[in-house]
Design a protein around this ligand. Structure first.
Ligand code: J2J
Length: 555
């Protein structure tokens, strides 16, 4: 089944990945029953009081899948999934995989602006939300968004307060009776391995939504390889605290990796140290993942905690730069080993391995998880730099798609004609083959691992009537690494405050983590010779000339 705007791998490349055994032609939904057959009564998913065995999960996902289909959802239909970390997230995701419905992984802080623009771009047929989350009414949000989408969209709700016009997700999970006939029917409806399994959101855009399509074949391969890189096995108890819709906690190895290894995924909706430590103690967690800003809060809090963290073997840290000195502190503070990961929803994943010596685990981001990952480091001229030199990383491989969905103009910028993805990251590769990320050329702000497109913020701020010109730049921050700062020049006689900008963007329905946290009003912005705002000069104004943003936790 081909979805409009999805860019396939060239046929001969795809054939090569099939012949090499990377792509096995198996939809991710079929894994549910493979797992259930092998490990049926072992606990698969823990969410507070809820403990689901592999069999429970398979039965519930099948039940959901059948009910989704009964409401008209089928192969290639897209569904915005905006759920916190809860067991229903796993059941919904697996149910979608089962029948070829494509979940679009939104994040809980997203609001009208993100849900509306992505939902329109992918022509969403349904929106799945919690009733309320952190005091916000997502059910109401989903109905408001649904009314603006190009196609009629169902609103499905997880929670206790489901209104009449919404569909109660828990009500669809009724697996009484003989599951056999349902399972056979769903097997017949299963998508192909080469079909799109899910859409992930890219961390940073020039204004157009960048949606990443991942196939069943490529995602399954990614999961198998990263499970190996992290030594996940039957004894793994993985704690998911980052938002589950992110590629990192979802599948690298994350929740799906833990399930694939026959281990257990514990879902927690918050990365705050106390609930995290309590969950590690209660569930005997062996591995978890965090962005640097979060890992630092854990390392600091551990000294004063009486919780028993002795089960914890590995913390996977990635998503933004981690200073080597900080990396060296985190392991001893939590009494575990750290594995650094440099990854992206666009595909490529690099990990330091479980047996890496400390100097590698602390100062590099490891090696690619697949021998078929291709890495090329190029200079500004587009040519390969000398070994060990810094340049922009280009990559191709069996789980790195060849284009974003439905944005051909953007794709001609983000991908080379021969299919390399331009990561926008500056890296060097050490003599041993480890990747070290040293900066970036792409125009985004990395706020504690959440990527915010400078272009998107500029487009929104430019719409304010006071604003003549705007540039968004990262404001170095010791805690989250970077925050959004906007420089503006104003029309004559106009005034603008930070609170005014925040209120205007919040009114537009922009997610709170993207709202600028500093405003600088200048009579005129400095410009480059071709007339664009000169962001290098603006960044220097912020740092007092001390160069680029400091890594979180760096001295
Ligand atoms: C510096 N920058 C990093 C690192 C990612 C695993 C881990 C992370 C992501 C992720 C992911 C970095 N040091 N260790 O999807 O599965 C920055 C780079 C990269 C961008 C990708 C996973 N690890 N980054 O962060 O799609 O700039 O994925 O290109 O959100 O994060 O962002 P995202």
């Amino acid at each position: 089944m081909i979805i409009d705007g999805v860019v396939p791998w060239p046929e001969e490349v795809a054939d090569g990945y099939r012949k090499a055994g990377c792509w096995q032609g198996k939809p991710l939904g079929s894994l549910l029953w493979e797992w259930a057959q092998r490990w049926g009564d072992r606990v698969a998913v823990v969410d507070g009081e809820h403990r689901l065995t592999y069999l429970d999960l398979a039965l519930r996902a099948d039940s959901l899948a059948e009910r989704f289909a009964a409401r008209g959802l089928g192969h290639g239909d897209t569904v915005l999934v905006q759920l916190p970390n809860c067991w229903e997230f796993v059941a919904v995701t697996m149910a979608c995989f089962r029948i070829g419905v494509v979940p679009v992984m939104m994040l809980p802080p997203h609001r009208e602006y993100e849900l509306g623009s992505i939902g329109t771009h992918v022509r969403a047929k349904a929106i799945i939300v919690p009733d309320t989350w952190k005091g916000y009414d997502h059910q109401d949000l989903a109905h408001r968004v649904a009314a603006t989408l190009p196609d009629p969209a169902l609103v499905l709700v997880v929670g206790d307060e489901v209104h009449g016009e919404s569909i109660d997700v828990r009500g669809l999970i009724d697996h009484d009776g003989d599951p056999g006939p349902r399972r056979r029917l769903l097997d017949e409806w299963a998508p192909a391995g080469s079909d799109v399994a899910l859409f992930l959101l890219s961390g940073g855009t020039t204004g157009v939504p960048k949606v990443i399509s991942r196939t069943h074949d490529d995602y399954a391969y990614n999961i198998r390889r990263v499970v190996r890189a992290c030594d996940f096995d039957l004894d793994t108890v993985y704690l998911a605290v980052l938002p589950a819709g992110h590629n990192f906690p979802l599948a690298n190895p994350g929740i799906l990796g833990a399930l694939h290894a026959g281990g257990r995924a514990v879902l927690l909706p918050s990365p705050r140290p106390e609930p995290v430590f309590a969950a590690i103690e209660a569930e005997r967690v062996t591995a978890t993942s965090a962005v640097p800003a979060v890992a630092i809060t854990w390392a600091e809090a551990a000294a004063n905690s009486t919780r028993d963290l002795s089960s914890l073997q590995y913390v996977h840290i990635g998503g933004s730069t981690l200073a080597p000195e900080t990396a060296a502190r985190i392991g001893p503070a939590l009494n575990c080993k750290i594995q650094q990961v440099y990854g992206m929803a666009e595909g490529l994943i690099c990990y330091t391995r479980t047996d890496a010596p400390d100097e590698i685990a602390h100062s590099t981001q490891g090696t690619p998880i697949s021998p078929l990952d291709e890495l090329l480091v190029v200079g500004p001229d587009g040519l390969a730099v000398a070994p060990g030199e810094i340049g922009e990383l280009l990559t191709r491989g069996p789980y790195t798609p060849r284009g974003y969905v439905g944005v051909p103009a953007q794709n001609s910028v983000s991908f080379t004609p021969d299919g390399w993805f331009r990561t926008g990251d500056l890296v060097r590769i050490t003599a041993e083959g480890n990747v070290v990320v040293s900066g970036r050329v792409k125009d985004l702000i990395n706020r504690g691992g959440e990527k915010i497109s400078a272009g998107e913020i500029e487009t929104l701020v430019q719409e304010l009537p006071e604003v003549a010109e705007v540039a968004a730049v990262p404001l170095p921050d010791p805690i989250v690494g970077e925050r959004v700062c906007v420089f503006v020049s104003l029309h004559p006689g106009r005034e603008l405050t930070l609170a005014g900008v925040a209120a205007a963007l919040t009114d537009r329905g922009v997610a709170a983590f993207k709202i600028p946290e500093r405003l600088e009003v200048l009579p005129d912005l400095p410009h480059t010779p071709i007339g664009k705002p000169d962001k290098k000069v603006l960044s220097l104004l912020l740092t007092g000339g001390e160069g680029p943003a400091a890594a979180p936790g760096s001295p």
